[in-house]
Design a protein around this ligand. Structure first.
Ligand code: AMP
Ligand code: TRP
Length: 330
């Protein structure tokens, strides 16, 4: 039985990494069997912070589609599409912007944080569009009347705002047009990067999702281990070791044994890393082959995305009619 309708999106902002895969995409792939799902490459969202250089936008969008499909997201089961291909996103964004109080947007915690963070990197995002980022996200979700939204905890405040906009809309126009969407948090842990901090593009510590066997080996070789374990004969503390964290995630059946061997100095870091890289490459091998294959089929990817857009448009245009009617914008 279908449990409800999901909408989720991801910004095509550069190379997709294993953190995105383990933290978000892997969860979507599980949800695709339980819910009716709309998954969107939200290119308009990426314009809110990268409006000044769009030269890589098209290639990033295509690459994200390839990453999703190679990981096993099924474009028949799910509606997989590019946000800007369905113009209703822009229309609903405009209508919702009329009724969203400025103070709600100014108090979203990610707003000031990101303004500051990007500002210190010399990027000016003091724009109308950036302030409106969460309204565009609300429009995405509401356009399909989604009931569930799988997101990372970093998106919790945005989803709460969507719920407030839903309540305000339904109250103002005296009609229960929209359901209040619920967050579906992934059980996945935050994946650390090779330096032990959260894996993130902005830290430069990622393992790209499309990394081949050699690149994975190299990244694992660079991973931070227990800094107090200097000689092979020193006993290690796996709890502070990034390689061990990865073993727990990618090699769970052997991780207890590896941890014990590390503590007893029965395995060295070089061998431990070799074992991890082999395990990761084994798990990622099929995905990697599929990905290389799809990268050579741009026409097929375009077709899949156009098919998704057509299906999305059907739902979006019907809902948009009802929304305009509720607002008397006829
Ligand atoms: P971002 O690339 O930061 O926009 O994140 C896109 C999605 O991937 C969000 O749902 C994040 O929660 C998830 N994500 C990003 N980095 C990690 C990570 N290191 N571990 C787990 N999930 C992550
Ligand atoms: N803001 C989300 C992120 O950066 C991406 C996103 C856009 C989204 N629209 C959405 C997520 C709608 C869930 C639902 O991760």
């Amino acid at each position: 039985m279908i449990k409800g309708r999901i909408f989720s999106g991801m910004q095509p902002s550069g190379r997709f990494h294993l953190g995105n895969y383990m933290g978000a995409l892997d969860n979507w792939i599980k949800l695709q069997n339980e819910y009716e799902c709309f998954f969107s490459i939200v290119d308009l969202h990426s314009l809110t912070s990268s409006y000044d250089n769009t030269s890589l936008l098209q290639s990033n969008v295509m690459e994200m589609a390839v990453d999703w499909l190679s990981a096993g997201l099924d474009p028949e089961k799910n509606v997989v599409f590019i946000q800007s291909h369905v113009k209703e996103h822009a229309e609903l964004f405009l209508l919702l912007s009329m009724m969203t109080p400025l103070s709600w947007l100014e108090r979203v915690p990610t707003y000031k944080d990101k303004l500051q963070q990007l500002g210190s990197q010399g990027k000016d995002i003091n724009t109308y569009g950036f302030l409106g980022y969460p309204v565009l996200m609300a429009a995405d979700i509401m356009l399909y009347k989604a009931t569930c939204v799988p997101v990372g905890e970093d998106q919790a405040a945005h989803l709460e705002l969507t719920r407030e906009i839903v309540r305000r809309f339904n109250y103002l126009y005296k009609k229960e047009v929209f359901p209040e969407p619920q967050a579906v948090y992934s059980k996945a842990k935050i994946l650390p990067g090779i330096d032990g901090r959260k894996m993130s593009k902005s830290y430069g510590n990622t393992i790209p999702f499309g990394a081949g066997p050699e690149e994975v080996k190299e990244k694992v070789r660079m991973m931070l281990t227990d800094p107090k374990r200097i000689k092979r004969t020193d006993k290690g503390n796996p709890d502070v070791c990034t390689v061990y964290t990865f073993h727990k995630i990618f090699n769970p059946e052997n991780s207890v044994e590896i941890g014990a061997k590390c503590r007893a100095a029965e395995i060295g870091c070089v061998d431990c890393k070799k074992c991890l890289a082999e395990k990761m490459n084994h798990l990622l091998a099929d995905i990697h082959v599929k990905r290389e294959e799809l990268l050579n089929k741009p026409a097929y990817i375009k077709e899949v995305l156009e098919y998704g857009a057509q299906r999305a448009r059907q739902v979006a245009s019907a809902n948009m009619e009802e929304i305009r009617e509720a607002m008397n914008v006829l």
